[in-house]
Design a protein around this ligand. Structure first.
Ligand SMILES: [Ca+2]
Ligand SMILES: [Ca+2]
Length: 175
């Protein structure tokens, strides 16, 4: 058997090890153009947010709204949702609606929403020509607030709809 020189092995090992360290230190950021670091005065650190502005008009007032996911700062980050409606000019926070893959996913069919992924889809689910926001909260960090449970929201697959000038949370059901 041919011997591989020890120095070559050591050199290869060095490159593999340094590549691993780099990937840990600088994790790949998906959808980089939407990724923004913001200073969090409670966590005292810059945290990653995904900011999707000017895509969807969820309150149907003719002006696009903003959807943001804000990291909890963890090594494996989970992100909670908040929505800016142009008609309200303020953020509606969903502090317990965490997902770890906050990237909008386009689907061809509702059958694609059977598994754990995708976690975030915006589309007109009920054919009223206004987009709703789907989240799959099937992870240990997310929870449904007690007041919503009392209103019958029991699914980890939810739909956020705009109704009577408010964002409302519904169980996601395939029609
Ligand atoms: Ca709007
Ligand atoms: Ca709709």
């Amino acid at each position: 058997m041919r011997q591989i020189p020890l120095t070559l092995l050591l050199t290869l090992n060095y490159f593999v090890t340094s590549a691993q360290v780099d990937s840990l230190r600088f994790p790949t950021i998906l959808d980089e153009e939407y990724a923004v670091y913001q200073y969090d005065s409670i966590l005292l650190m810059n945290i990653l947010t995904y900011q999707y502005s000017d895509f969807w008009d969820m309150d149907n007032d003719g002006l696009k709204d903003s959807v943001e996911f804000i990291s909890n700062g963890g090594a494996h980050a989970y992100y909670h949702l908040r929505i800016w409606l142009s008609s309200k000019s303020k953020w509606t926070e969903f502090p317990t609606f965490y997902i770890d893959f906050p990237h909008p996913h386009e689907i061809e069919s509702l059958d694609e929403l059977n598994g754990s992924y995708p976690q975030f889809v915006v589309r007109d689910f009920d054919n009223d020509e206004v987009d709703e926001l789907y989240l799959n909260l099937d992870n240990p960090f997310a929870s449904i607030p007690q007041d919503l449970i009392e209103q019958g929201v029991t699914s980890k697959q939810i739909l956020i709809d705009y109704n009577n000038r408010e964002l409302i949370v519904l169980n996601f059901k395939k029609q």
